[in-house]
Structure formats: structure tokens, C-alpha cells
Design a protein around this ligand. Structure first.
Ligand code: ZN
Length: 732
């Protein structure tokens, strides 16, 4: 083994890496990742001196590669999408000075708390150890292949995988790395678990299902003890004489079956699920009476907080800041050790320290070290990698403890440093209109070209209706046949989607052959293709080979078809007028980027107004008395808007917009031209689309903004929401 020091140049930064060749290549790559966030499979290393490529593989002789290296990312498309965005949050000088003072005060307070703690804490660590011990053996159950298999069997893996890929695609990532996919799947596993597990206060009566009242504890039965239920709560029914037992099972194998409990059962069972899909997982024990899970994300290079009871991830400040909890000890317990992670969950370490009186900090460390060594005795080969991961984590925890709480850190999308956006932002922040609030949202890119393609693909279909002079009822029949095929496809496993359409002219449910060319255009927009079966009496429709794109587009096409059918029902007959707006929605503007004055995450993200899915919406938590959303076209292309549409969201009519102004700018937001203005608009229904033609013609712009001046009922809500926003440009 040889100690080396590498200097790695990446973009505009220089990183020094202390490294022991004994660790192996993988560890080096992990170290590089933790500094640069370039995943190992995208790390291309060249020698700084002569640009020679240094290949990092298991055969690489780490003692002989040069000291000065440069890292070139070969990864993803994140760089070119974000263009000028640097990923840095800029701080004013005044803010920096303030935070320096704060930091000094905080360090002083921590020092004092530490001194104090030495005096009051018990020297003896046995009480602390006895709190941890039971969990050290508990977590070993997660390693059992039988339990893992039982857990995996209950998960709709394909469905979660599809959702994970679609969520990445919505952020523009159509070719995620394995690590990115793993992380996205983990989040879907969390959401699924939250939906399928039940919370129990008092269980309902086993016999009649009515309410029960607690009767204290009972003696466990042998069958209950077999699954670790040493404690059994008893409940008396309010309407029949039956006593209902609530055994508090500790064995996650049983919990996979019962799917119910309080936070102990939730975290215990969810951690097993995480382990059974191969994630490095820990059970997190908060001594102030809560339990949750942490998993290591290779895509983010750090441990992620996951609270199954709340369905919340990567929000470690949830407890101290959100719930006002007075934390003391937060301990991570896993198969390969026990670790104090309290610092991840607090920004008030000096206060936390003053409550840590179970034992002194040094005896606590000794207990954790002993328990960890006890566990690691059996993992000789991996111990150095684990130690490195531990050290990185400790450094991260120290760093985070004194860094300002960045609420956007875990959220999709990226921070914007783009100069033009910053100008727009500051204009709104200090602007003349006090009703307009400043934005903490990042700029987000709309991944919605499939929405535009789907709408465009309706032109050939409707044209065929008009050419054939089809009665409205027959046209609806044809559309419903297409809809049924899409429903069949949507219900099929997403990697191998397939459906059949009958062409047999003798059959009443047969699809008219003259519509096949038009259907082909729609299928193309959905990354689907068709092939006539050998008997020529049916058509098989299957994937082109981009399952994620199809998964993303299918729900959009179904919503669009449903709307087309609804609109058709209102028609007397089809004619040339049917081929224009608003019946057909041609030339929809897409792939731009948006910035909003606010958004609700994750359910009301700004880009949801542009995703073509009715159920999703943009929700502005403080938008009722004024808010805004800005849309910048792709490549700053100048457009002439001829119309736009707004759709009301799924619920809460009081949050609908009532008054608004639409403006355009072609000089980066210095001057704005009013394109349309509406007052006293009322959406009578949910998912109601309202179409507006732009009357002031000829204005070319590449930035558009809606200023929503007032919501429908500002007295009953602070929120404003919209199901969708669609912009339509002229043909040229
Ligand atoms: Zn009962």
C-alpha cells in the first residue's frame, strides 16, 4: 500500500484527494464522486500534463498514475440543458457577514454546551448501550433471504420502475444511469409503502369493525411471541363484547403480511423493503420516540433520510424545524455498524448537546465504536471502504451543521444562475407591484414535446372525419376504439406493451381501414408502431423501443382523446371549421423553461401546468392575491402567440384564477407588451379548459408572463392553482 495525493482539476475547481492505493479503484472513484458529483461511470480522467487518458479499471496500477489529473465528465445532458446555470446560489456580501457572525456565536455556544455536558452526563454508558442493543440484533433480520423474498413478492416492481423512469423523464433525463434509476426507484418504493401500510391508533373491532377503547396490556400468545410481539395491547369494542388484540410485532416478516402499526412497525418494515431491493439501509432510532430509515444513494453520494410514516424523503430538518422536536440522540443502526447521525437532523447542536446527558460524548463514541467493530468483524474485505464512507459522512455532517438550511436541496430541477433569469427574478422581487411575491423556485425545463406531438397528430384523424363526411356519432365511435387500444396498452407491463386492434370488416367493432394512416401518426407520437397480423384481420401495436417515452405520453394521449370526444359531443356536425382552434390545438409552444413566484412540492410543481396531464397542477401557496409564472421559449426563439388556454385544476374552485394579464417581451424582460387581459373569469367546472384568442396582433416575443392578479375567493384561501397552461403560436 502506498499513500498518494492526487490533485484533480474539474471545471473551475481543484480538489485534493488523499488516497491509499490499498483501497482500490472503486474507492477512488467514490472519493472523486463525493467531491465533484460526477458518478463513477461518467468519470473520464486525463493526465493534466499531456491529456493522456488515464483509464480507471480494476487492473489499473494506482501507484504509477500521475499526480495531476483532470476530470472530464462524459455524463448526461445536464450541462447543455441548463446552459448558463452554474448550480451556485449567490449570496450578497451582507448575508455572508451576517452568517459569519452567527457561525462564531454558534461555535462559542457549542463549546460551552460541551463543557457543561461533561459535568452533567453520566460516566457510565450502560443505559445508553441498553437502548441500542435490541436494535443491533433487530436489523440482522433484514439480511435474511427468506424475509427479503417475502417482502419483494408484495411489491409491484414493474409499476414502480415505470413510475421511477417517468419521474426522471419529466426532469428531462431519458437515459438515467443505474444509480439515478436506483434512487428514483427508492422514492417510488417509499410512496408505494406509504400508500399500502396502515396507521393504527386503536384498531377497529376484529369481529364487527366498530370503534374500540384501550384496555391496557395482555399476555402474548405463543403465535404472537413467534414474531417478536412481547407486548400485546387489548381493545374493547364499543358495540359488541369482543376484545381485539393488537400485538406489536417486531419481526418484519409478520409486518409484510399485517401491513399496519405505528411508526416503529412502519420504519421496521420499510427498512426491510429497502434492504430486500439491495439498498444499504439503516434503521434510525430517535431517542425522543420516533423511528425512520436512511438509505445510501450512490447517485447523490450520501445517506438519504426517508420517513415512511410521512412519505417524506431527504428532509432531515423535518423534526427539529418542522415538528419543533427537541432532539438528543439520533442513532443509525445497520448490519455493518452503529453510528451517531444526530448532526444530520439539527442546526442547533449546542442545544442538542445540553440534552445529551445519558453518557459523556467520549463514552458514547466508545460504545458506538465497540458495537461497530463487533459487527464488522465478519466483513474483513469491505472494512476499509466502509471506514472511508463513514469518514465522508462525518465530514458531511460537520459541513451541514453550520451551513444554512437550503430548502431546495433535495428538490427536482436545478438552481439557476442564468443571468437573464436573475434579472427577471429581481425585477419581481423588488418590483413596482407589491402583490407580486419573490421567487425561491428554480428555473425548470418543460419536457412536453410529446404533448405538442399528440395534439398535432389529431389533425390527420379529424381531417379524415371531415373528408369522409362522417356523422359525429360514428367519429366518436372511431375515437373510442383508439382510446380502448391505448387503455389496453397502458394496462400492459411497460417494458413489453402490446395491444391488438380488430380490422375485420365483418365485425361490428372493427376499426375502419381508411383511418390507419392517421392512426399511424398518433402511434408515432407515442413511440409506438403497428403491424398487420398475418390474417390481415387485426393489427398488433407495440413499442418502438422507448418504453419510458411511451409511458410518459400514454396518459397525455388518453386525456387529450377524452377531451376531443367531449368537444365532439357538443358539435352538430363536422366541417372545415372543426379543423381549427380551439377544436384542434395545433402549434402548441413546447420545451421552454418556466419560473414561478412559488410552487407546492412535489404535488404542485410549476412544470405540471405544461405536462398535458389533467390531474397534475401548478399550485402557488401564496398566489391568491397575486402571483406570476414566466415562460421562456426554447433557444429564445421569437414567437407570435395567437391564442392560449387555461384549465382549472382537479379541486378547490376557490383557488382558480379570476383576473390576469398575459404579457410578452423580446428584450430579456426590460419592456413588456400586454397580449391579453381578463377580469372576472369563472371556471364553472373542474378540468374546464378556457380558450382565449390574442387580439392585439403582431407582437413577437420570446418571454411570456402571466400575472395572476386575483384568485376566485381570496378570503377563503391564500392559494392559486391551475391544471394547465397552453400557449399557441402562429404557423410562421
Ligand atoms: Zn365489535
Amino acid at each position: 500500500m502506498v499513500a498518494r495525493k492526487f490533485v484533480i482539476h474539474h471545471q473551475d475547481s481543484i480538489f485534493e484527494i488523499d488516497y491509499d492505493t490499498e483501497y482500490g479503484v472503486e474507492v477512488l472513484q467514490t472519493q472523486i464522486f463525493s467531491l465533484t458529483y460526477v458518478p463513477s461511470d461518467e468519470q473520464k480522467i486525463v493526465a493534466e500534463d499531456d491529456d493522456r487518458v488515464v483509464s480507471l479499471s480494476d487492473e489499473t496500477d494506482l501507484t504509477s498514475i500521475p499526480d495531476k489529473l483532470r476530470l472530464v465528465s462524459t455524463g448526461g445532458n445536464s450541462e447543455d440543458i441548463s446552459q448558463g446555470t452554474s448550480g451556485q446560489i449567490e449570496k450578497s456580501d451582507a448575508e455572508m457577514v451576517k452568517s459569519d457572525e452567527e457561525l462564531a456565536r454558534m461555535l462559542q455556544a457549542e463549546e460551552e454546551a460541551m463543557m457543561f455536558q461533561q459535568y452533567v452526563a453520566a460516566q457510565d454508558s450502560s443505559e445508553f448501550e441498553s437502548r441500542i442493543r435490541p436494535y443491533v440484533s433487530q436489523v440482522l433480520m433484514y439480511e435474511d433471504p427468506v424475509r427479503q423474498e417475502a417482502a419483494r413478492k408484495t411489491v409491484p416492481k414493474d409499476e414502480l420502475e415505470e413510475k421511477a423512469l417517468v419521474s426522471l423523464a419529466k426532469e428531462g433525463n431519458f437515459k438515467p444511469s443505474k444509480h439515478e434509476k436506483d434512487y428514483a426507484f427508492l422514492l417510488q418504493l417509499l410512496f408505494w409503502f406509504k400508500r399500502s401500510f396502515r396507521w393504527v391508533n386503536e384498531p377497529s373491532c376484529d369481529y364487527c369493525g366498530n370503534k374500540t377503547i384501550g384496555q391496557g396490556m395482555g399476555n402474548p400468545l405463543t403465535s404472537e411471541l413467534a414474531y417478536g410481539a412481547n407486548r400485546v395491547e387489548l381493545y374493547r369494542c364499543t358495540s359488541c363484547p369482543i376484545i381485539t388484540r393488537f400485538p406489536r410485532y417486531n419481526d418484519p416478516l409478520k409486518l409484510v403480511e399485517t401491513k399496519r402499526g405505528r411508526c416503529g412497525e412502519w420504519a421496521n418494515c420499510f427498512t426491510l423493503y429497502c434492504r430486500s431491493f439491495g439498498y444499504d439501509s439503516r434503521l434510525i432510532l430517535d431517542f425522543t420516540d420516533h423511528v425512520w430509515t436512511e438509505c445510501f444513494s450512490h447517485s447523490l453520494g450520501r445517506w438519504i433520510h426517508l420517513d415512511p410514516c410521512e412519505g417524506v424523503y431527504d428532509k432531515p430538518m423535518l423534526y427539529e424545524k418542522g415538528w419543533g422536536k427537541k432532539l438528543n440522540y439520533v442513532i443509525a443502526i445497520s448490519v455493518d455498524g452503529v453510528c451517531d447521525v444526530t448532526k444530520r437532523y439539527t442546526k442547533k447542536w449546542h442545544e442538542v448537546l445540553s440534552r445529551r446527558t445519558l453518557t459523556t460524548e467520549s463514552s458514547l463514541e466508545a460504545v458506538l465504536r465497540a458495537l461497530t467493530e463487533e459487527r464488522r468483524g465478519s466483513f474483513m474485505s469491505q472494512v476499509s471502504a466502509l471506514k472511508l464512507r463513514d469518514r465522508n459522512e462525518q465530514e458531511e455532517l460537520e459541513r451541514n451543521l453550520h451551513s444554512p438550511d437550503d430548502t431546495s436541496v433535495s428538490l427536482p430541477g436545478r438552481q439557476s444562475g442564468d443571468k437573464e433569469w436573475r434579472i427577471l427574478r429581481s425585477e419581481f422581487g423588488s418590483g413596482e407591484n407589491s402583490s407580486v411575491s419573490s421567487s425561491s423556485c428554480p428555473v425548470r425545463t418543460c419536457v412536453d414535446d410529446h404533448v405538442t406531438n399528440i395534439h398535432d397528430s389529431f389533425l390527420p384523424i379529424v381531417t379524415q372525419f371531415v373528408v369522409d363526411d362522417l356523422p359525429v356519432a360514428r367519429a366518436i365511435e372511431v375515437l373510442n376504439m383508439i382510446k380502448q387500444v391505448l387503455v389496453d396498452l397502458k394496462n400492459a407491463p411497460f417494458k413489453t406493451r402490446k395491444a391488438r386492434l380488430t380490422l375485420d370488416a365483418d365485425s361490428s367493432s372493427s376499426f375502419p381501414e381508411q383511418f390507419l394512416p392517421a392512426l399511424e401518426v398518433l402511434l408515432f407520437a407515442l413511440s409506438l408502431k403497428s403491424q398487420k397480423d398475418t390474417d390481415e384481420k387485426s393489427l398488433t401495436i407495440c413499442l418502438v423501443g422507448k418504453p419510458t417515452e411511451t409511458a410518459l405520453a400514454l396518459p397525455v394521449a388518453l386525456d387529450a382523446l377524452r377531451e376531443l370526444v367531449t368537444d365532439l359531443r357538443k358539435c352538430q356536425n363536422l366541417n372545415k371549421d372543426s379543423l381549427s382552434f380551439p377544436f384542434l390545438k395545433q402549434n402548441r409552444v413546447c420545451s421552454g423553461s418556466v419560473l414561478a413566484s412559488g410552487e407546492e412540492l412535489p404535488s404542485g410543481i410549476a412544470t405540471a401546468a405544461f405536462d398535458g396531464i389533467q390531474e397534475s397542477k401548478w399550485e402557488e401557496p401564496n398566489g391568491a392575491k397575486g402571483c406570476w409564472i414566466v415562460y421562456k421559449t426554447l433557444y429564445n426563439q421569437v414567437q407570435q402567440l395567437i391564442a392560449y388556454e387555461l384549465m382549472s385544476a382537479n379541486d378547490a374552485p376557490e383557488r382558480d384564477p379570476k383576473d390576469w394579464v398575459l404579457e410578452g417581451s423580446n428584450d430579456g424582460g426590460s419592456t413588456w407588451h400586454v397580449l391579453d387581459k381578463q377580469t372576472n373569469q369563472v371556471f364553472e367546472e373542474r378540468f374546464q379548459r378556457k380558450s382565449y384568442k390574442i387580439t392585439s396582433p403582431g407582437i413577437q416575443a420570446n418571454i411570456f408572463r402571466f400575472r395572476f392578479l386575483c384568485g376566485r375567493d381570496v378570503n377563503s384561501t391564500s392559494r392559486l392553482q391551475l391544471g394547465s397552461i397552453d400557449l399557441y403560436r402562429s404557423h410562421h
